[in-house]
Design a protein around this ligand. Sequence first.
Ligand code: ZN
Length: 420
Amino acid sequence: MKTTLLIKNANQVVTSRGASGKPLIGEDLKDLSVIEDGAVAVQGDKIKVVGPTAAVLNLVETDESTRMIDASGKVVLPGLVDPHTHVVFGGSREHELALKLQGVPYLEILARGGGILNSVEATRAASEEELIKSGIKYCRQMLAQGTTTAEAKSGYGLTTEAEIKTLRAIRRVDREQPVDLVPTFLGAHAVPKEYKDDPDLYLDLVIEEMLPRVAEEKLARYCDVFCEEGIFSVEQSRRVLEAARERGFDLKMHADEIVPLGGAELAAELGAISADHLLVISDRGIEKMAEAGVIAVILPGTTFYLREDHYAPARKMIEAGVPVALATDFNPGSSPNNNLQLIINIACLYLRMTPSEVINAITINAAHAVGCPADIGSLEEGKKADLVLFDAPNYEYLAYRYGTNLISSVIKNGEIVVEV
Ligand SMILES: [Zn+2]
């Protein structure tokens, strides 16, 4: 088979290939395996060769049907992976910004029936078609900004019917636009108002009715739970996650975001693939996650948007050997941002991660956090031809500029799907 697409003369090809096949930890998180004056040859939907331009041109066969991209002055990265989003939801919550600016804390907005419960009402009221339409719109925005794979959670339905509707919508959104979605069932995202006096009764519904339906229709790969004071305790979270594990789901957690309950420790104990947020993770939680290899998915855009002054202790986690990934947490309340390029800036400025660490955290480590490291997250022979070209002379430029979409081209499964 001939080369179908050849990208050549790139200032830099950032491969994020690592050496271990495992999530990058510690000092290795800085290793981007950059090729100067690089090229990538694609056959169909797969990467065939990655290397210096001169070497790649010698190795591959091309003809007049080969699509050529001259990437002079540009940097090529693996397609970005966003490992924590809530991309399918009804409505929007722009009216809450004023409350936040008056200093009303999130848990109080929630207690007043706002916050997440507002999105729950809008999601219940939306038809499946409406959810699909808005989900496609948000995914196209993500794609235009360089994201080629994203995790997508349910969790704004909180009835069996509305959770199934959301997960079916996620499946359709995945099929109807280029961004691949990895589905997560998050029935335990909040206590719906019908159950506010008896959260355990709601969890019975999650465990006895929702989980079997989701498993039967194969609507999700992961099960997640919001472990937080005022939402679900560690013991309640354990109940949901153990039941999910028995039904074959892999596990994720919203953990230690506001109050250090010990969610990180639970994620380590249960062998979750990731624990996410972790602003107030304990030293013991860090140690346990490092030991168990649980990926910390840090969501600094949320901390930024909530105007909190305390970010997740990323440096401490990296130094302790916890694998770190980054995500947007795109959702209608605490993080209405679906642009990973902005996360690059916020992670450098506020988590004090280096540009190289940040890029590995939104490529190869993020691919591990969505369970697809064999297919995506790095530029290597045989992987999916998901690549992004930035109008940037080197990768550090991505951390230096902010607020401008620097995308030049996005290639998904070997096809050019965005060209600026
Ligand atoms: Zn979330």
